[in-house]
Design a protein around this ligand. Structure first.
Ligand code: SF4
Length: 339
């Protein structure tokens, strides 16, 4: 693959810590274009950037192809002028999550499980993100602020699973994460932990020895859900991170993707993604229909086309390699399986 990985500016990428990568991430479309040897496009970039900041970590950028405006990784992080347009049926809160807040930083969308907004930011800003306008200001930041969320959890014995989500839960340092997991597992009714993270894909250096120790210590079985949309995201460094996560006892590794126009809307792209995930020990679990968040309409693939792609995928791959094609409908008590 002709990527930036061998470029002199990227030599240090593999030796930097994850914290250094968060600090060094590309924070403007103009910088991204320079790195990729693309012509500047200040006016159009700024339209999208005014809606949602650019944030792309170097390990992810290093897997992009230079001089290719249509690179499937670049398209996930480069702002575009369409983001400034409104579209019918799109809103800032497409899943009506603001109506699911049961305590500061706690969302309860489905029975038996709650979602903790464990951080206010991410390791990458995905242009299609359904939480791109989420009011993160209300989410807890200090350990003391977590106590309200934990008290809500303590008092509700119907909750069997806690989902750490975000923002990006792994943006917390390991000692904070260990503190939070220790507190959660003190509640005997909580039997399972789920972690949703894009870190192992975009900054695989985040999967440190101390993170593995923290995850290995808990009594709770862990479902670890990564988020990858294209096989090109899954380099050897990601493979090492997955192998380390796979060494945690009773941890299941799943992937969720979003079906995105111009990125993975072909049978070949979806098949390549499934095979590469399986090579890395990750089950291709969900393929999401795009949530209709304002500024993302240009990524939408029609439901008919999505169903057609997934049925062709099913005709080509064994069942275990075909993700469930799903969508979220706010009024309904679970995700809806489209195919
Ligand atoms: S990592 Fe997830 S929550 Fe963060 S911007 Fe991307 S899609 Fe949104």
């Amino acid at each position: 693959m002709n990527s930036l990985a061998n470029h002199p500016d990227f030599v240090a990428v593999t030796t930097m810590t994850w914290q250094q990568h968060v600090k060094a991430a590309v924070r403007s479309a103009a910088h991204l274009r320079r790195l990729l040897d693309l012509p500047p496009n200040r006016e159009t970039d700024l339209v999208g950037e005014r809606q949602f900041a650019t944030f792309a970590p170097l390990p992810f950028v290093s897997r992009m192809r230079p001089r290719d405006e249509y690179d499937p990784l670049l398209r996930q992080v480069l702002p575009t002028p369409e983001e400034g347009q409104s579209a019918a049926g799109y809103s800032n809160d497409p899943n009506r999550e603001s109506q699911c807040v049961s305590a500061p930083g706690v969302l309860q969308k489905y029975p038996g499980r709650i979602l903790l907004i464990a951080a206010k930011s991410c390791a990458v800003n995905c242009r299609y993100c359904f939480r791109r306008a989420f009011p993160y200001e209300a989410a807890p930041t200090s350990l003391a602020e977590w106590n309200e969320a934990l008290a809500a959890l303590k008092n509700d014995a119907s909750i069997h699973e806690v989902v750490l989500s975000g923002g990006e839960p792994l943006i917390n340092e390991d000692h904070r994460l260990a503190w939070l997991i220790d507190r959660i597992e003190q509640f005997p009714h909580v039997r399972r932990l789920r972690i949703h993270s894009r870190f192992p894909i975009v900054i695989p250096q985040r999967v440190t020895e101390s993170l593995i120790q923290t995850l290995s210590r808990t009594r709770m079985p862990i479902t670890f859900v990564v988020h990858s949309n294209h096989a090109q995201e899954l380099g050897d460094d990601v493979g090492q991170a997955m192998a380390a996560l796979g060494s945690v006892p009773r941890l299941v590794l799943l992937n969720q993707s979003v079906l995105l126009k111009g990125i993975n809307d072909s049978v070949q792209a979806l098949a390549n993604l499934s095979w590469r995930l399986l090579e890395l020990g990750v089950i291709p679990y969900y393929l999401h229909q795009l949530d209709r968040v304002t500024g993302s309409h240009h990524f939408e693939v029609s439901l008919d086309q999505g169903r057609s792609l997934v049925s062709k995928l099913r005709a080509t791959l064994p069942g275990y390699a075909v993700p469930r094609f799903v969508t979220e409908i706010p009024e309904l008590p679970s995700k809806q399986i489209l195919l």
